[in-house]
Write a protein that binds this ligand. Structure first.
Ligand code: ZN
Length: 153
């Protein structure tokens, strides 16, 4: 982010919060002239990376979280709106607290904390797969095949 006063390209974030939908309001301070300014950054334009358990990085993807939740909530009394609200609150939490990279474990914990309050069965499904794989990006497919096996029995 470039300082609007002196054009210096290093700034630090002082405060972050989700303002309107899909936008993050950030207070920044220039590391050169120390002046402060506010930016509004669109979520889809912010390239946050997820740090996986093995140390590799992948692009943060809210759809991955939604997919995982939909599988965990299969045939449970949880609406699309509730899933969407959960994904949005996890997304907001990530963008408010992290600027460039977020550990995948942090995302998993946020999801589990919210899912626990929403539906106990979905939480247990999610948690059992999550604890085994420890990675939001890796367990989505595993969760799907695990649930398929269960319904076949
Ligand atoms: Zn400056």
């Amino acid at each position: 982010m470039i300082c609007p006063y002196c054009r210096h390209d290093e700034t630090k974030v002082i405060d972050s919060r989700t303002s309107a939908e899909f936008a993050i309001r950030r207070r920044r301070e220039c590391l050169s002239c120390n002046r402060r300014f506010t930016t509004y950054e669109k979520i889809e334009e912010l390239p946050i990376k997820v740090i996986k358990k093995d140390g590799s990085r992948v692009q943060f993807n809210r759809e991955k979280i939604r997919e995982g939740l939909e599988k965990a909530c299969y045939k449970r009394p949880v609406s699309e709106d509730q899933i969407e609200a959960l994904v949005s609150s996890v997304e907001a939490e990530v963008y408010e607290n992290f600027e460039r990279e977020v550990p995948s474990q942090t995302i998993g914990e946020h999801v589990m904390n919210r899912l626990r309050k929403l539906d106990q069965v979905a939480f247990v499904r999610f948690a059992s797969v999550y604890r085994e794989f420890k990675d939001v990006n890796d367990f989505v497919e595993e969760l799907g095949s695990m649930l398929k096996q269960r319904t076949r029995k």
